[in-house]
Write a protein that binds this ligand. Structure first.
Ligand SMILES: NC(=O)CC[C@H](N)C(=O)O
Length: 390
């Protein structure tokens, strides 16, 4: 069975990097072109969650796991909470062609689902070599084109990739955030039950949506919280009008430093007024900025569901879900910021706590989705803190 090689003849898709590297393969999903930064994700499962995670806006995802699509798509494991964020990642790069879906939850073939969501894919790529290249040279800018007729203008694609503005300095949260505030009651997924529903009577949490993953909302609801989601552009007054017991700063795409123009001011007010705050991923980076720390672009980023992180307060190691291309500079934290978690892959910062405000944040994804549930405790720690304060 020939499953892993790019067809030598009649390619229907091509991946072109800004340096001119040209890789032919088979087209999947939507036709047309997508431009973005290529990152690699090492998760072995969870492609439906990954391809709907709004944090991937502006990126093209290479899956290092060779068989993607085997269990189809179920339409339930979708992470974008806002319709505005329905085109998170614009492209998927796969090793093997997609086989017939086999899973009791499967509703659709991955390629058909990608076509409906406007995601362009290419299979037959030597993803191992591409990943090795990213590790050596950093995340390249690239264009994927899918043309059933096999017509490509490589020169124009190289130019487009080379001229693409990149993610540094880009605020993408404003493109994926909800425009209106709403309540969220859905809880976690359980075998034979599906997602639950609960109108919690616990603390009221306002989540600022910079591109929030649904499982963050579900984890909060599962902890008994009442959950209200507000737009990334909500002012401090908008938020406080809702009477929150705590505020969650969500994940999201783009450069935290650029997103900070409207959000960091709000976060500074939350800290100054001692509003209990939990930041996740982009929210973590922006809490750090608000507290006086710095963020910077990483060379290869962290994207996967199998990263070891150490909780410095307990000494425990947890295996976590990661998805970030920017990082908080853990070497130069201001005095009021304590490092609470570190990545055991490269020692980069993976969590902070403010010494002068009830605020904490993590770079990794405690909501998993996809990934292990080791870090669900972060939500519990936050909610227990609120209950103690009440
Ligand atoms: N998942 C996220 O929130 C990503 C945060 C940020 N956009 C980064 O790439 O680092």
């Amino acid at each position: 069975m020939k499953i892993s090689q790019a067809p030598a003849e009649k390619p229907t898709a091509v991946l072109v990097l800004a340096d001119g590297t040209t890789i032919y393969g088979q087209g999947l999903g939507a036709t047309g072109e997508a431009v973005g930064e290529v990152c690699f994700n090492t998760a072995m499962s969870g492609y439906e969650e990954i391809l709907t995670d709004p944090s991937y806006a502006g990126q093209l995802v290479t899956f290092t796991f060779p068989h993607i699509g085997n269990v189809g798509v179920n339409g339930e494991d979708v992470e974008n909470a806002s319709p505005a964020a329905s085109t998170a990642s614009r492209g998927a790069i796969l090793r093997a062609p997609i086989t017939n879906p086999s899973n009791y939850r499967a509703q659709l073939d991955l390629s058909v689902w990608m076509r409906r969501r406007g995601i362009i894919g290419i299979a037959g790529v030597d993803t191992r070599a591409l990943t090795a290249l990213i590790r050596e040279k950093g995340m390249p800018h690239a264009v994927i084109a899918h043309s059933p007729a096999g017509q490509f203008n490589i020169e124009a694609m190289v130019k487009r990739a080379a001229e693409w503005e990149g993610l540094e300095g880009r605020d993408l949260a404003k493109d994926v955030t909800t425009l209106q505030s709403y309540q969220h009651a859905e809880t976690g997924w359980a075998w034979n039950v599906g997602y639950g529903n609960q109108n919690g009577s616990g603390p009221h949490i306002v989540v600022i949506d910079y591109g929030v993953k649904r499982n963050i909302l579900r984890r909060l609801a599962s902890e008994g919280c009442q959950v209200t989601v507000v737009s990334a552009q909500a002012s401090y007054e908008d938020i406080m009008d809702k009477n929150p017991d705590g505020v969650v700063l969500s994940n999201g795409p783009g450069d935290p430093a650029a997103t900070g123009e409207y959000s960091v001011g709000v976060i500074k007010q939350l800290i100054a007024n001692k509003v209990p705050t939990l930041g996740i991923c982009l929210g973590h980076q922006m809490l750090a900025l608000a507290a006086g720390a710095k963020t910077k672009k990483m060379a290869q980023g962290h994207h996967g569901a199998n990263h070891p992180v150490k909780d410095l307060s307990t000494g425990k190691v947890e295996i976590v879900s990661m998805n970030h291309g920017f990082t908080v500079d853990g070497e130069n934290l201001p005095d009021n910021v304590e490092e609470t978690h570190v990545s055991l892959f490269d020692g980069s910062n993976s969590g902070i706590r403010l010494k002068d405000a009830p605020a904490m944040s993590v770079q990794h994804h405690p909501e998993a989705s996809p990934g292990p549930e080791d870090s669900f405790y972060i939500f519990r720690r936050f909610v227990e803190g609120l209950n103690k304060a009440a």
